[in-house]
Design a protein around this ligand. Structure first.
Ligand SMILES: [Zn+2]
Length: 230
C-alpha cells in the first residue's frame, strides 16, 4: 500500500499545481483512501470559504477554484449527498451528483433563462424529477450546459419518458464528455435502454462501464450478463 499524501501535496493538487501523470496517481490514491479523501475535502472546503469571504476575488483565486472543482468532480466529492453516494445500486435509482457550481451563469445571456436553470438544478438536487421536467422540457438549453441536459434526461426517465431521455442523450454525444460525466451519462442512458426493453443496447453500455475502473464498475458488472458468465 502506498504512503498517504502529504498536506502540501494535497494543497498543490487542490490548486491545480500538480501535472499529469502525478495528479492521476494522487486522485487514484484519494479514491482508495478515506483518510486522504477527507483531508482533501477539508482543504477544498477551506478554499471555498476563503473564496466566499474575500472581498475581491483575484483571477488566480478563480483559476484555483476551477481546478478544485475539476479535481473534486473527478473524485465525485462535491456536494455528494448521502443519498447520491448510496445510489449506484441500479441505474433507475441513480441521481446525478450536482456540484454547487453546476450552472455556469456567465454563459447564459442576462435576462435569459438563468434563474429558471438555477431553479431546475435546485429541484434536481431535491430529487423532484417532475418539477425538473416541467421547468426544462421543450426549452432551448445552451450548448455549454451539458450537465443540465443530463439532469433533464435523468428526470425524464424517472417520470416515465425514457424515449425523450434517449433523444436528449443521443444529442449530447456521450463519448465526447469528460470521464466522470461520460460514465454518469452512460449510467443514465442504461436506465433509458432498460425502460424501453432495449436489451442489446443496455448490455453494451453495462459492459463498457464494467470494463473500466470508475464509480459504476462494480454495479455495472452485475448488469453485464456476458461478463458475469465468464
Ligand atoms: Zn492516504
Amino acid at each position: 500500500m502506498s504512503a498517504h499524501v502529504s498536506h502540501d501535496r494535497l494543497i498543490d493538487l487542490a490548486a491545480g499545481l500538480v501535472a499529469e501523470p502525478d495528479a492521476g496517481t494522487l486522485l487514484a490514491h484519494l479514491r482508495e483512501c478515506g483518510a486522504c479523501e477527507d483531508r482533501f475535502r477539508a482543504i477544498c472546503a477551506d478554499l471555498e470559504r476563503s473564496r466566499l469571504t474575500s472581498p475581491r476575488v483575484s483571477r488566480r483565486a478563480v483559476a484555483t477554484w476551477a481546478a478544485v472543482a475539476i479535481a473534486a468532480s473527478l473524485l465525485g466529492v462535491v456536494a455528494l449527498s448521502p443519498l447520491a453516494r448510496r445510489a449506484a445500486g441500479t441505474p433507475e435509482a441513480y441521481w446525478l451528483p450536482v456540484p454547487s457550481e453546476a450552472i455556469d451563469l456567465r454563459s447564459i445571456p442576462q435576462g435569459g433563462d438563468g434563474a429558471l436553470f438555477a431553479e431546475a438544478t435546485e429541484s434536481y438536487r431535491k430529487q423532484d424529477a417532475s418539477r425538473v421536467v416541467k421547468l426544462l422540457s421543450g426549452r432551448e438549453i445552451p450548448e455549454s450546459q451539458d450537465l443540465l441536459k443530463l439532469m433533464l434526461a435523468s428526470a425524464l426517465i424517472k417520470t416515465g419518458e425514457p424515449a425523450a431521455a434517449q433523444e436528449l442523450l443521443d444529442a449530447l454525444g456521450i463519448d465526447t464528455l469528460p470521464p466522470p460525466y461520460r460514465d454518469r451519462a452512460r449510467w443514465v442512458r442504461l436506465a433509458a435502454w432498460r425502460a424501453q426493453s432495449k436489451r442489446a443496447e443496455a448490455e453494451a453500455d453495462a459492459c463498457a462501464l464494467a470494463g473500466e475502473p470508475g464509480e459504476f464498475q462494480e454495479a455495472a458488472v452485475r448488469l453485464c450478463a456476458s461478463r458475469e458468465r465468464r
